[in-house]
Design a binder for this molecule. Structure first.
Ligand SMILES: NC(=O)CC[C@H](N)C(=O)O
Length: 356
């Protein structure tokens, strides 16, 4: 509606006038946007994603994740429904203190087509994230873990597959007996940001025949954005790989683990970087497309499309491919759960993008 009004009311002419750019008259190229918006209005088949996070301090990081989910859903011709699950509500202590909230959270998680655990800082709700990753792994439910969501999937794998009950991130237990996620500050002279590994860094694919490399168009490497201090303990990598957790993307030193996959799971991927930051309506993020495609029974088709050239190799970009993207809606009655209306498209100005 906005786009059509924008064109009809000649807003572009007013803007050109204010900016004194009338000597460069150009017709707005809205065809692709209008087509995407029109297609979006016709979407009926729902894909239901449980977003397992901490919702007291919603930040614009979650807004980017939400938009990336939306871009990918439209690409896959699905109407996105996001069920927000407070990770603390999945924890055993909630079972005792607030049994209804516990039950509701688990019901939402179990009825989701796919599970996403986004990034975060601080230990509140971390156990719930581990439980969500465990549920996804054990039940072959599509899972995408971003940054902390990847780290918690690694801790979960260590504890429950490798039988290392004391596995933890040193962010949450500095004296962890089995430190499988550790503090790895980056001593870069060219990048600012204190001890935080921040901004664009390169990930090299180490395994050609993995889902994430295919989704990225069989690229050799990809540049994605980072904001974290902790990483998978590189000394434990061989142990993890022997147990079936694969590190398919690493940095140039081979010491920083960037992408994990469980090959015999339909879609279990974690990224140390934040793929959501580079997602755009016409260029949905590949790892999000993978999550939505797997959650809607289309992963094989999408992976095939990738190898048929629907992705520009070596670039973080999807072609328009067989689908035409559009914008987000949330019509399943979950709107009342949405903190601050973020999923309804309301701008959420919290300032700094850091989880409280
Ligand atoms: N952005 C994130 O999810 C950060 C994860 C974790 N807290 C770290 O600092 O490494």
């Amino acid at each position: 509606v906005f786009l059509c009004c924008y064109g009809d009311q000649k807003a572009h002419e007013a803007i050109l006038k204010v900016l004194n750019l009338e000597s460069f008259p150009r017709e707005p190229k809205l065809d692709e946007w209008v087509a995407r918006a029109t297609m979006f209005d016709t979407l009926q088949d729902i894909v239901r994603i449980a977003m397992v996070g901490k919702y007291t301090g919603l930040s614009d990081s979650y807004l980017s994740v939400l938009k990336a989910l939306l871009h990918a859903s439209v690409y896959c011709h699905r109407k996105l429904v996001v069920d927000w699950v407070a990770s603390t509500d999945l924890e055993d202590s909630t079972k005792i203190e607030a049994p209804d909230a516990y039950k509701a959270a688990w019901n939402l998680l179990k009825s989701a087509d796919g599970i996403l655990v986004p990034g975060g800082f601080g230990d509140r709700g971390v156990q719930g994230k581990i439980l969500a990753a465990k549920y996804a792994r054990e039940n072959n439910v599509p899972y995408l873990g971003i940054c902390l969501g990847m780290q918690m999937a690694v801790v979960e794998f260590a504890r429950h597959v490798m039988n290392l009950p004391h596995a933890n991130s040193t962010e949450f237990d500095p004296n962890a007996k089995t430190p499988c996620v550790i503090f790895m500050p980056e001593g870069s002279k060219t990048h600012m940001g204190g001890t935080m590994r921040l901004g664009s860094r390169r990930t090299f694919f180490k395994v050609a025949d993995c889902k994430s490399a295919k989704l990225y168009g069989n690229a050799d490497y990809v540049d994605e954005r980072h904001r974290h201090r902790y990483e998978v303990n590189p000394d434990m990598v061989p142990e993890f790989e022997n147990a079936g957790l694969k590190f398919v993307g690493k940095d140039e030193s081979d010491r920083r683990m960037e992408i994990i996959e469980i090959p015999n799971h339909q879609y279990f991927i974690g990224a140390q970087f934040h793929p959501e930051f580079k997602s755009r309506p016409a260029k949905p993020s590949p790892l999000f497309v993978g999550l939505i495609a797997a959650s809607s029974g289309q992963l094989d088709k999408v992976l095939q499309g990738c190898s048929n050239g629907h992705v520009i190799p070596g670039k973080h970009q999807f072609s328009n491919g067989p689908y035409t993207p559009a914008a987000h809606q949330n019509t399943n009655g979950h709107a009342k759960k949405l903190a601050n209306g973020v999923a309804n498209g309301t701008y959420y100005p919290n300032g700094n993008g850091v989880h409280a």
